[in-house]
Design a protein around this ligand. Structure first.
Ligand code: RB5
Length: 147
């Protein structure tokens, strides 16, 4: 599984923790920035990564900002992206099983590194359940293609 990773200035420390998790799991990843403490705009990082995931260049994407909110809003504007803002382990599992999310967003100012690492591990290792959930995701895809 190939992962695209990015953060804004509010998420660089947590992003390093997540990169460590990816290394520990032996997963290939690419960090698309930012790598500075100075203020940047989160859509400039969320949108390119989301486009790469939607295009199939990467299997999944993980985004970090201060709250995770801005990154998730931006990523979900890209057709084919289902990005979940997650700050608990129950949702990390459920959003893979039920929503087949291809992107994960977290907030460095919201949760600590220990919980974020657990969330990432669960999200990366949980399979989509399919079945009735397939139909629900299909309705979102149909909406995306229609409007
Ligand atoms: C940056 O200050 C902050 O607004 C950003 O990291 C994020 O929380 C936006 O949703």
């Amino acid at each position: 599984m190939k992962i695209a990773l990015a953060s804004d200035h509010g998420g660089i420390h947590l992003k390093k923790e997540i990169a460590e998790v990816l290394n520990e799991l032996g997963l290939e990843y690419q960090d698309f920035g930012c790598d500075c403490e100075g203020s940047v705009d989160y859509p400039d990082y969320a949108l390119p990564v989301a486009k790469k995931v939607a295009a199939g260049e990467f299997d999944r994407g993980i985004l970090i900002c201060g709250t995770g909110i801005g990154m998730s809003i931006a990523a979900n504007k890209v057709k084919g992206i289902r990005c979940a803002l997650v700050h608990d382990t129950f949702s990390a599992k459920a959003t893979r099983e039920h929503n087949d999310t291809n992107m994960l967003s977290m907030g460095e100012r919201v949760i600590g590194p220990g919980l974020a690492r657990e969330i990432a591990k669960i999200w990366l290792s949980t399979d989509f359940e399919g079945g009735r959930h397939e139909n629900r995701i299909g309705k979102i895809s149909t909406y995306e293609s229609t409007y």
